[in-house]
Design a protein around this ligand. Structure first.
Ligand code: KG4
Ligand code: ZN
Length: 366
């Protein structure tokens, strides 16, 4: 903080299916990640085809202490060298959030360290400032297995939700389409690979909600359209040929890219009416790895004359460094740590925005 020794914070994240801890030291400038440990639970949930909250909660309770120990030891620091603890207190699955909050409260009670309760989405949304020093205000598109949001970020604690999904998250749609077409999980990379050389125009696939004003997103009708084409091809030819799979994947990818780039274009226009000084764009989340989507978003950014930042994958997906960073941002903005830290499974980042109808498979997360 200005005029004070740089903060060194311990971050803790357990809102969905990754237990994570990190140690971060404040700059200037920015901050340095001294360690970042992520223990994923994908294998535990794989047999069930989705995250099972009870299994997640138990796994977090078992893993978090080890993650914290590993993060401190990799940073080469004891708790006596830490200035505060930042923990995801929402939104997310209640059992996982409680495991994280209890771990943080236990450490704080034992050490007297201050505690920051951080909104998971704020962690994602502020990461482009950690990685690329992106100035406020900027627009961030979060696209992952659990998130689909368009946020205008005006400050460390000033977020406006301009749009988001009313049903599936895009990563979830990629995963479902992969399953429909007999491709492995996670579906995104599998669909992207299968789409190589495919004809995106062979099958007529919808672009849901593009014909309507507004920034809501929807992917479930698109997924159903892929299902219908698959069933028709199977009924006509007795099965899917390689070329059918290739063209369906290419068509699906192109539809997702069209939807997200058109909505980003609209969001830029809307953001500029609120903030004519809009400084940049950021895209984050696992789906941001998709090359066809990335190319489409680059085109939008270039057309709008704005830089497009995309943090490295390890900082785009769930991690605890982003949680520690969000606390550093809050501290720099003069916001005090909280006193009554509790888990908030439903915690919209923009409390003024109307709640959405749905929010994806890991919906509680976002
Ligand atoms: O952010 P992330 O790693 O984690 C959570 O959502 O928790 O996102 C994972 C999602 C998965 O649904 C995966 O299929 C998708 O991101 N994904 C992709 C690609 N790589 C990962 N989707 C499209 N194209 C990709 N190359
Ligand atoms: Zn997340």
């Amino acid at each position: 903080m200005v005029g004070q020794a740089p903060l060194t914070l311990l971050g803790i994240e357990s809102s969905c299916d990754d237990s994570a801890a990190a140690v971060m030291r404040e700059g200037p400038p920015g901050a340095r990640i001294l360690s970042s440990v992520v223990a994923g639970q994908a294998q535990l949930h794989a047999p069930f085809g989705g995250v099972v909250p009870e299994i997640a909660a138990r796994a977090h309770a078992e893993a978090l202490d080890h993650c914290v120990e590993a993060a401190l030891s990799r940073a080469g620091l004891g708790l006596d060298r830490i200035d505060g603890i930042a923990v995801t207190s929402g939104p997310g699955l209640v059992g996982g959030l409680l495991a994280g909050v209890m771990t943080a409260r236990g450490l704080a009670a034992a050490t007297g360290l201050p505690l920051w309760g951080i909104n998971h989405l704020a962690g994602h949304a502020l990461t482009p400032r950690l990685t690329d020093d992106l100035p406020f205000p900027y627009l961030v598109l979060l696209v992952s297995g659990g998130h689909a949001q368009l946020l205008l970020v005006e400050g460390a604690a000033a977020f406006r939700r301009l749009g988001g999904t009313i049903d599936d998250a895009p990563g979830e749609a990629f995963d479902k389409v992969a399953r429909l077409l007999g491709l492995p999980q996670p579906g995104g990379p599998a669909v992207e690979e299968a789409a190589q050389g495919g004809d995106p125009a062979r099958f007529d696939l919808p672009r849901p909600l593009l014909d309507r004003d507004g920034l809501e997103l929807s992917f479930s009708g698109l997924k159903t359209a892929v299902l219908r084409w698959r069933d028709r091809l199977v009924a006509e030819a007795g099965g899917l040929r390689e070329s059918d799979r290739r063209d369906l994947c290419a068509g699906f990818e192109a539809a997702v890219a069209d939807i997200l780039s058109a909505k980003l274009r609209r969001a830029i226009a809307q953001a500029r009416t609120i903030r004519p000084d809009l400084a940049g764009l950021a895209v984050a989340g696992g789906v941001a790895a998709n090359r066809r989507l990335r190319a489409a978003l680059e085109t939008e950014a270039a057309g709008a004359g704005l830089p497009l930042v995309s943090p490295a994958p390890a900082l785009c997906t769930d991690n605890a460094a982003m949680i520690a960073w969000a606390a550093i941002e809050r501290a720099r903005a003069g916001l005090a740590p909280g006193t009554d830290l509790t888990a908030r499974p439903r915690w919209p980042l923009d409390e003024a925005a109307a709640p959405m109808l749905g929010s994806g498979r890991k919906g509680a997360k976002a």
